[in-house]
Design a binder for this molecule. Structure first.
Ligand SMILES: Cc1cc2nc3c(=O)[nH]c(=O)nc-3n(C[C@H](O)[C@H](O)[C@H](O)COP(=O)(O)OP(=O)(O)OC[C@H]3O[C@@H](n4cnc5c(N)ncnc54)[C@H](O)[C@@H]3O)c2cc1C
Length: 407
């Protein structure tokens, strides 16, 4: 049986490997880019956060997040890691549950996957974009600009629209759309939030730990705690990605309230600042040792504290105002960045039209989908790749196994 897999990203490579476990299957893996797993190379800032030991169904979103459960139960993180180990990949897990390759290099993950696909019953076609997929009798005809390929089964693993420069596109939604599958609205998720605050420009690249509250029209909308990163345009980092999915979707006044020192009470912070009045230092050093230097200076400037005078000249009211500002810094938010910058697509092909046990289409037998193209997206921290592996392995095994059932 010939199984065509459209997309050589995370889920497509997992599906190809699983489908090829049945030696009678001939797997054709189509990738339109010049190499396999291009997006994977950029994941986790080049380190590839390949799964999360805490990745359970609650960390996934979509119109019906429960759709993800059977695949995640069949291939939980431990099983995915055992699979990677069998491919020769050594991994290491952090306290947060995030798992990375021991080498700290995303290309180790891609290489192990690439090597495991070098099998006699897998043919990888690089630079090969599938433009059309249609049913021809009991088979499927996949068409590129030059060639046509007949397949008995097809797995669509084209990914989502997020990360456009790394290969994100509408291709999967369109191919499945032509075969009768509908998609939800698509939105960027795990994405930076824009802010018009000018301070962001000078703080570009600065990271800090914080507690963040998102307010809509002065009411608490969501909150999170963790690492924040400033960018030229606004806010980034895991703490922001977590809450970006739903922020600024509706009209209203959106603000972030940041506590830069969530571990300290206001009184303790005031006492720390008060003690600095005894040091003989200038105000430019007021927050030295407390916050990142650049962040400290920008926040002091924002509080109207000039760098030159000695700290001893600051009165209690000024210190109290600064302490309050550090514990509750308000920042106006505008709309989130677009699909280009997003790590994942929220929304996708309707999962109700697929069988969650097999990833097979309920409309077109023999057609499967896996990964980000489906209306499932996960939390920040390895959840999206966990979904890619689990759904890809499920689709690959199901498509491959049915050959056995038929024999
Ligand atoms: C910058 C960035 C960092 C990320 N970091 C993490 C992380 O650390 N941890 C995590 O869990 N998730 C991370 N993600 C998300 C994760 O990478 C994706 O959710 C995951 O790769 C989706 O897998 P996929 O197989 O569905 O799609 P992809 O990995 O995007 O693969 C789809 C493939 O299909 C190919 N393709 C598309 N259309 C066609 C066609 N018509 N013909 C042939 N080939 C086609 C594409 O070129 C692509 O290679 C990150 C994403 C980005 C953008």
């Amino acid at each position: 049986m010939v199984i065509g897999i459209i997309g050589g990203g995370a889920s497509g490579m997992a599906a190809a490997w699983a489908a090829a476990q049945n030696e009678q299957n001939q797997v054709l893996l189509f990738e339109r880019q010049a190499r396999l797993g291009r997006k994977l190379l950029a994941t986790g800032n080049g380190r590839c956060n390949l799964t999360n030991l805490n990745a359970i169904a609650q960390g996934f979103h979509g119109e019906n997040p429960a759709f993800a459960q059977p695949a995640l139960e069949s291939f939980p993180p431990e099983k995915v890691l055992a699979w990677f180990e069998s491919l020769g990949l050594l991994t290491v897990s952090e306290e947060t549950g995030r798992v990375y390759p021991y080498s700290d290099q995303a290309n180790s993950v891609v290489d192990c996957l690439r090597f495991c696909l070098e099998k006699s019953n897998i043919r990888t076609l690089l630079g090969c974009e599938i433009l059309k997929a249609r049913k021809v009798g009991s088979q499927f005809c996949l068409e590129t600009k030059e060639e046509k390929y007949l397949c008995d089964k097809v797995i669509v693993a084209c990914g989502g629209l997020a990360g456009t420069k790394l290969g994100g596109s509408m291709a999967g939604y369109k191919l499945l759309g032509k075969l009768g599958h509908k998609s939800t609205e698509l939105r960027p998720a795990l994405v930076q939030l824009r802010s018009p605050w000018q301070g962001c420009v000078s703080l570009k690249g600065v990271r800090c730990n914080c507690a963040i509250e998102i307010l809509k029209d002065d009411k608490l909308f969501s909150q999170s705690r963790g690492e924040l990163q400033f960018t030229e345009y606004g806010l980034s980092g895991p703490v922001v990605f977590e809450i970006s999915r739903d922020v600024c979707r509706e009209a209203g006044c959106w603000e972030a309230k940041i506590d830069f020192l969530p571990q300290l009470s206001g009184e303790k912070l005031f006492a720390l600042l008060d003690a600095k009045r005894e040091t003989g230092l200038n105000c430019s050093e007021l927050l030295t040792g407390i916050l990142h230097n650049r962040l400290g200076r920008v926040l002091c400037k924002n509080a109207g504290i000039h760098p030159e005078p000695p700290i001893s000249q600051l009165d209690d009211i000024t210190l109290d105002n600064l302490a309050n500002m550090l514990k509750g810094f308000y920042l106006e938010l505008s709309e989130p960045m677009g699909m280009d910058s997003a790590q994942v697509t929220a929304g996708g092909v309707l999962t109700g039209q697929f069988n969650s046990q097999t990833m097979e289409s309920k409309l077109t037998p023999g057609l499967y989908a896996c990964g980000e193209v489906l209306d499932i997206d996960g939390d920040c921290g390895g959840y999206n790749l966990q979904w890619a592996w689990a759904s890809g392995l499920t689709a690959g095994y199901s498509a491959g196994k049915e050959t056995n059932d038929q024999n």
